[in-house]
Write a new protein. Structure first.
Length: 370
């Protein structure tokens, strides 16, 4: 049992950290960028003044679980399989995942390492990108709908890649494979055949208990997924899909929104808090090379994809500038599969994520001026 003095010290530390995070978010608001960069920088600065607490990990996991539950609950399969949306989602996957994966395989990297690296480089940060578009009042711009569907498509692909990578055994036990596949199969079957009944049952639950039911279930199934060799994010996503047809789930989403935002904030903070850079010439050269190729690949996606969906020249330019930013998913994969990566790549990818986040936010700001 913790001593009262120890608990008090940890609570004081948590309170001070929350105040610093609030200040960083306020600064980001004034310079008109999403607050996640501020949380990341706050973590980097405060790592020298505080020690890591279990509450940081718990809150960050809550953020990841609720984020993926939200993605699962709002996904629209009809929107994704429309011809234009499917075209740009496919193009994005081919340029930003398959191209990197094939090059790494040809260079002699094992399939697991190549897959993990390509997955880290693939997804645009939906949290940072959509957050900035809302902050810049760009909801009515023609490219914004394209960006939203592109982010939804990437989120779904990431979930599939997550299932594949975890089953390949980056740091999970191989004997869990059958349990993991069985878990996915059961969750998908329930989502397909019992979603409507579950939705009807949920609507009978009093509103006061609804948010607790969803949060408790998402958290439990997320951790259960982790226990059978998957990831908590995948479990939460599959659970969210059970409720994608619930008309009134937006009310509960509003109630869970604060907790999700707090958790995601701590996810970025914890990444910065734990990151340490090894700035030798080889690491910096590899990180800068990755950065150049990753920006170029997203630029191609925006330019060619914009033509595929019929955007005008200015809208295509704004699209190309708006999708550079890697963020929560790249960080999540880097965190999950650190043991599968060579040390040089691990250090270079950490530096890449930080540099890309800074440059991506600058590009998002510039895109609003074009």
């Amino acid at each position: 049992m913790l001593e009262p003095a120890s608990v008090a010290n940890e609570l004081v530390a948590l309170g001070l950290i929350l105040l610093v995070m609030a200040l960083s978010a306020l600064i980001c608001h004034f310079i008109k960028i999403a607050p996640f960069l501020g949380y990341l920088v706050a973590g980097i600065i405060l790592q020298n003044f505080f020690y890591k607490q279990i509450v940081f990990i718990i809150l960050s996991k809550i953020g990841v679980i609720l984020l993926f539950f939200h993605i699962g609950s709002v996904v629209s399969w009809k929107g994704i399989v429309s011809t234009k949306n499917l075209a740009i989602i496919t193009l994005d996957f081919l340029i930003n995942f398959m191209a990197f994966f094939i090059v790494l395989i040809l260079l002699g990297y094992p399939s697991l390492q190549a897959g993990v690296i390509a997955t880290i480089l693939y997804p645009t940060s939906s949290v940072v990108t959509i957050g900035n578009l809302i902050q810049q009042r760009r909801s009515g711009y023609p490219e914004t709908e394209v960006i939203v569907w592109l982010m939804v498509g990437e989120d779904l692909v990431i979930v599939m890649l997550m299932a594949v990578m975890t089953q390949l055994g980056a740091h999970f036990e191989v004997h869990n494979s059958m349990f993991g596949l069985s878990f996915i199969l059961v969750m998908v079957i329930i989502g397909i055949f019992f979603s409507r009944r579950l939705s009807d049952l949920y609507l009978r639950i009093p509103k006061e208990a609804g948010s607790l039911f969803l949060f408790g279930s998402a958290f439990t199934l997320g951790i259960l997924a982790y226990k059978v060799g998957l990831s908590e994010a995948l479990g939460a996503f599959l659970f969210g899909m059970w409720f994608s047809k619930v008309g009134k789930i937006e009310e509960v989403e509003k109630q869970l929104g604060f907790l999700r935002e707090l958790g995601v904030a701590f996810f970025f903070f914890l990444f910065g808090f734990e990151v340490s850079f090894k700035l030798d010439p080889y690491t910096m050269a590899l990180a800068l090379g990755i950065l150049a190729f990753s920006i170029g690949s997203k630029w191609l996606t925006g330019t060619i994809g914009g033509k595929l969906v019929g955007l005008g020249k200015k809208a295509r330019r704004r699209l190309a500038f708006s999708i550079w930013t890697r963020g929560e998913f790249s960080m999540l994969f880097l965190w999950m599969f650190s043991d599968a990566l060579p040390l040089l790549w691990f250090e270079a990818l950490k530096l890449f994520v930080i540099l890309n986040l800074f440059l991506g936010l600058i590009a998002l700001f510039l895109s609003s001026k074009r």
